[in-house]
Design a protein around this ligand. Structure first.
Ligand code: G6P
Length: 611
């Protein structure tokens, strides 16, 4: 959470920092701030505003602040309310300004000690202690900024991506990483730092990824990195500009654009991994075969939407690959007494690859007796990918809307490919593989057809606008899809949405059903269809209003109590992916009707890098 940008250049950096913050808004958007050093006396001008980055842009325009060195931050509050005082950068006196991403767990102890030492705290944040600790270490004038940061981080418990400037060292930014991502953007005669390369794609395409425990001093012409007391070299990675991902183009919102990108990004995810009638196992990398040969069971761990992808995958791993599979919520997984069965492959699923709980689960799992760790991830350079033995990248491109859409459907696509590769070891015949691969290759076309339902769903969405509660139902593998549909609706429209396996209706939720609670169901043409229909009739019988997304081949018809939307007929294995799309569209239009901030829903953030 929280986004950081910093710049040192021979030109004014205010615009670069503000543009960087706009691109980082997905990391938090409750307040923002920028600290710029300028003038002959290197004064630090600190401008902050509550709300999204545009509010800060307006505030910065009023002050006309300009300078060649600066740091900036967009916040997702953890400690302290969303006030101007609590917004970053935080200062110690007039000399030191810092921005911080993460949580300092022992800040209260540190703050009490600093108060005894005479420091006055102006904010409710955990971060302010860092600024004062640096000031305290430097005030003798004998310790360099770099050494002060090296010294004080030893006192910090928790997680940080940290950026510091000091008017007494006006030629550098000092940064440190532990638990929160940071990159150095390498320019010519200028350098930058950020929590994500996306923030800097307008100024450079060359990046150095700092590793856990790295500290760096970034100057105009050069930068130096230390790790464990030693100077280290880190490779420069060139990344193609992601500018078009960061533009909405003809779409009103990133979420809508990302929903419509799904046929393309699913095709990108399949490209190079399937060919003719088989999955190309070589595409998984040279280490993969040795690992896949040993797999006897699978443990999946993830958060949010990625967790739902894992829940769907459990069904495929069992039905296609005949492998036992367990799935856990990442924030809980490492706090239970796990028992690792011999031959278990550990899989994390994450769009960002930086989610703190998922990363902590991976680090915990890497110390257990799993045969290997594999990450299914959308960011090749993320911490999760770098710390896993194997990775299967989704090719969704940058996902900006906070509510995940294309990342989810590409995660499912990758899981299907994985299930097929593992199934080869458990008896899947080439002819069966050929059938599955042929079906898989139809997926982009089927999603394109499904997107054509948009206008119908838009009309139907009006019936949700004035509702406060809703129920989503599915059976078997469609239950996680119902959960994902409910999550989308609550995230962006703030309507309470709960998902249930349809067979559970009679054990409680039926008591909630009345004409004020829309009941949404996903009904593909599968073995459980008649059971689902029986469950749904209990809703109609009690005056409930049903909205059923049904495979067009079933012949399900609308009536007074039930509105049916026909979804293109699709093979059984593709149904979870195809049926996700209408639910995404539904939540999008309900949110539009309600006038919420679709791409930046209240209280949420895209990348959750705190526990
Ligand atoms: C946040 C996002 C969700 C996402 C979840 C897990 O809550 O708002 O959209 O599903 O984090 O993120 P990850 O990057 O690990 O998939």
């Amino acid at each position: 959470m929280c986004g950081i940008v910093g710049a040192i250049a021979e030109r004014n950096v205010t615009g670069i920092l503000l543009e960087g913050l706009k691109r980082l808004e997905y990391r938090g958007y409750d307040s923002a701030g920028v600290a710029i050093m300028s003038g002959a006396n290197n004064k630090i001008h600190n401008v902050k505003a509550v709300g999204k980055v545009n509010k800060l842009v307006a505030a910065a325009a009023k002050t006309k602040v300009k300078g060649r060195l600066g740091i900036a931050h967009t916040r997702w509050a953890t400690h302290g309310k969303t006030t101007v005082a609590n917004a970053h950068p935080h200062m110690s006196g007039t000399d030191i300004a810092i921005v911080h991403n993460g949580i300092i767990e022992n800040f209260e102890v540190l703050r009490d000690k600093l108060i005894k030492d005479g420091y006055v705290f102006k904010t409710e944040t955990d971060t302010e202690v860092i600024a004062h600790l640096i000031h305290q270490t430097r005030k003798s004038g004998k310790v360099s900024l770099l050494n002060a940061v090296k010294k004080i981080i030893k006192k910090l418990q928790g997680a940080y991506g940290l950026c510091v400037i000091d008017r007494n060292s006006p030629d550098q930014i000092v940064v440190a990483r532990s638990g929160s991502p940071l990159v150095i953007g390498v320019g010519i005669g200028e350098n930058f730092v950020a929590s994500d390369p996306l923030a800097l794609s307008q100024v450079t395409d060359r990046f150095v990824y700092l590793e856990e425990g790295d500290i760096a001093q970034v100057g105009l012409e050069s930068f130096e990195i230390w790790h464990g007391g030693k100077k280290v070299k880190r490779a420069i990675t060139t990344i193609q500009s992601t500018a078009s991902d960061a533009e909405k183009g003809k779409y009103k919102h990133f979420m809508l654009k990302e929903i419509h990108e799904q046929p393309k990004v699913i095709q990108d995810t399949l490209d190079g991994r399937i060919s003719g009638n088989k999955v190309l196992e070589e595409a998984f990398g040279i280490k993969a075969k040795g690992v896949f040969d040993k797999v006897k069971s699978v443990q999946i761990v993830a958060c949010g939407t990625s967790f739902h992808a894992g829940q769907v995958a459990k069904y495929w791993l069992e039905s296609i690959a005949k492998l036992p599979c367990q799935i856990d919520i990442a924030s809980d997984y490492r706090y239970r007494d796990i028992i690792v069965q011999p031959g278990t492959l550990f899989i994390t699923v994450s769009q960002s690859g930086e989610t703190a709980d998922t990363l902590a689960a991976l680090r915990f799992a890497n110390k257990q007796s799993y045969i290997a760790s594999l990450s299914i991830c959308n960011v090749a350079t993320s911490s999760l990918v770098r710390e896993s033995d194997l990775c299967l990248l989704t090719k969704a491109g940058q996902e900006i809307g906070v509510a995940s859409t294309k990342a989810f459907t590409t995660q499912l696509t990758v899981f299907l490919i994985l299930a097929i590769v593992l199934a080869r070891r458990t008896g899947l015949k080439p002819a069966q593989e050929a059938k599955l691969v042929k079906e898989l290759s139809k997926l982009p076309g089927l999603i394109t057809k499904t997107l054509k339902l948009s206008n119908n769903i838009k009309k139907l969405s009006q019936q949700f606008t004035d509702k406060n509660h809703s129920l989503f139902l599915g059976r078997g593998i469609q239950y996680p899809i119902a959960k994902e549909g409910a999550l989308k609706l609550k995230e962006i429209s703030y309507i309470h949405a709960e998902a249930y396996p349809a067979g559970e209706l009679k054990h409680g939720p039926l008591a909630l059903v009345d004409d004020q609670m829309p009941v949404v169901a996903v009904a593909p043409n599968n073995d459980l269809l008649s059971k689902l229909q029986a469950n749904l009739s209990t809703v109609s019988a009690r005056g409930g209003k049903l909205f059923v997304f049904a495979d067009e081949s079933i012949g399900y018809k609308s009536d007074k109590s039930c509105k049916v939307i026909h979804v293109p007929n699709c093979p059984d294995i593709l149904a979870p992916i195809v049926f996700t799309v209408p639910l995404q569209i539904l939540s999008y239009y309900v949110a539009i009707n309600k006038g919420t901030d679709v791409d930046h829903p209240r209280n949420l953030a895209k990348s959750v890098t705190v526990e």
